[in-house]
Design a protein around this ligand. Structure first.
Ligand code: PLP
Length: 495
């Protein structure tokens, strides 16, 4: 039976998976959600013998049920190839009590590659299936990592163009350089004077601007989104939570049916939502532990049932989690309300008008799968150091936020079930923060000296993504006020 997609905001519109991927956002401003969560199509035991691509296929075919076997396998083969620097695509390392699932072995060394290396293929395939001949313009707001991963994924993909907005002063120097050196005739990178939420709000406004959309159509363009609101991002992310379970089985760390915890450093709530979907499919998950940095809106939400974005936006050294409006939470709200679009719609209206909403007690009871925690800058930094001192393993700042939250959870609850920490970026991407956590005197060094030093202390080879930007020329220099984002898009597209 085909899985169909509906909006979280209650409109009657029902679309296929490929249509949902093409559109990104529903017409009523809601996010597309599958009308049911399919069951895992194999027995748990069987997972231990499946490689990444096989796992990807059995999961994705359930959700993207209007793609043919041939189409889906084609997308998977094109995505998970030598762009990844390990054959397994992701690997799990045990350090101390935790299992680190390294999701950063793709082209841009952050976990966004796991989904963004396949999204362009799912999207161009969807266009063909639906007889779309417009050029698809990917409009994306990024807190740093999505931008580069999306640019890399879409660069020179026929029939597409990509425009990325990022907060000019809100990303790491390496993240910025990665984006500004992006090649490809169809790629545009724009810094905005504002933070990530401003960028995301500006992009959402353009999607919802009927007049703009109409003028685009006249010129043969249509928007789509590479942000994690696109279901084509979410579905490929479910795969590694299922795959991780298979790896743990294979290594005898668990027996079939044993529960594992997943600890996820969270910003827009996409990655951890994928883990929730894996649980709903039948992967035995104990707790889903949602780790925030000092922008701890989600921690407060899980503790109190009130989501309140009215607070100062804090720039931390885990910038990809510096987010006060976690878009994908809307999908969880919809699910825990019993798939109630009207109710979800009201909460989202309150969020956009007042910046705050509180869910009712019934919904709070449905949140018991989750637990929130957060890490201060100081705790995060000390964690990088002590894990390095104790085990020699060097992790990035985002992963360290999750590691702190996990250590606290373990201490407070005594739960020593196997726990998998989603390791979302290579330490090379945040070399300055990481190295200064290990020894403050490293701050004197230049960025590239730090990279060499990181290589020396960690014993991990410098990834190509870093070597490449050393010499690559800067190819983008647009900067605009947050109010001018639409003007820039019109200028780029010649509207
Ligand atoms: C995007 C990102 C996150 C947050 O993921 P969400 O899906 O937005 O919750 C965490 N760490 C890194 C390194 C990221 O790039």
């Amino acid at each position: 039976m085909d899985i169909m997609y509906k909006s979280t905001r209650g409109s009657k519109e029902t679309v296929t998976a490929s249509q949902a991927i093409l559109k990104g956002l529903a017409d009523d401003g809601g996010l597309y959600v599958p009308d049911t969560i399919p069951e895992l199509p194999v027995a748990l035991d069987e997972l231990s013998d499946m490689d990444y691509k096989q796992t990807a296929y059995i999961i994705m075919k359930e959700f993207l049920s209007d793609y043919t076997q041939e189409e889906l396998k084609g997308c998977i083969d094109a995505a998970y190839d030598s762009k990844f620097d390990i054959e397994d695509i992701t690997r799990i390392k045990k350090c101390g009590h935790a299992y680190y699932m390294e999701l950063f072995h793709g082209a841009t060394i952050a976990f966004k590659d796991m989904a963004l290396s396949i999204l362009p293929h799912l999207l161009t395939c969807a266009a063909k299936k639906n007889d779309i001949h417009n050029k698809i313009i990917i409009l994306t707001a990024t807190s740093g990592d999505t931008g580069k991963a999306a640019l890399a994924g879409f660069a020179d993909v026929g029939g597409t163009g990509i425009i990325v907005f990022y907060p000019k002063d809100g990303v790491s120097p390496i993240q910025e350089k990665q984006m500004l050196t992006q090649r490809g005739n169809n790629t545009y990178v724009v810094g905005i004077k504002g933070n990530f939420d401003d960028a995301q709000t500006g992009v959402k406004k353009m999607f919802g601007n009927g007049e703009l959309v109409k003028r685009m159509k006249e010129k043969g363009y249509q928007f789509s989104s590479a942000n994690s609101i696109n279901i084509g991002r979410l579905v490929p992310q479910i795969v590694y939570y299922v795959y991780a379970y298979g790896r743990l089985l294979k290594s005898d760390a668990i027996k079939s049916g044993d529960a594992v915890n997943y600890v996820v450093p969270t910003g827009n709530f996409g990655n951890i939502l994928a883990a929730y979907y894996a649980k709903k499919m039948g992967i035995p998950v104990g707790k889903l532990i949602c780790a925030s940095n000092e922008n701890k809106v989600l921690y407060d939400f899980f503790r109190t049932g009130t989501y309140d974005r009215n607070r100062d936006f804090i720039l931390t050294s885990s910038p990809s989690m510096d987010i006060l409006i976690s878009s994908n939470l809307e999908r969880l709200i919809y699910m825990i309300s019993g798939y109630n679009g009207d109710k979800t719609s009201e909460y989202m209206k309150a969020l956009s008008e007042k910046g705050i909403y509180s869910i009712d007690d019934d919904m709070r009871r449905n949140l018991s799968d989750f637990l929130g925690g957060y890490a201060s800058e100081k705790d995060m930094s000390e964690c990088i150091k002590h894990v390095y001192d104790d085990t020699g393993y060097v992790m990035d700042t985002h992963t360290a936020v999750a590691a702190v939250v996990y250590e606290n959870y373990r201490k407070q609850t005594g739960d020593d079930a196997p726990s998998v920490i989603a390791s979302t970026a290579s330490p090379y991407k945040f070399a300055r923060s990481v190295m200064c956590a290990i020894d403050a005197s490293y701050d004197k060094m230049s960025d590239f000296e730090l990279i060499d030093e990181l290589c020396r202390v960690s014993g991990v080879d410098i990834p190509d993504a870093i070597t490449d930007i050393k010499t690559a020329p800067i190819l983008h220099d647009r900067v605009c006020a947050k109010e001018d984002m639409q003007n820039v898009v019109e200028d780029i597209l010649g509207l």
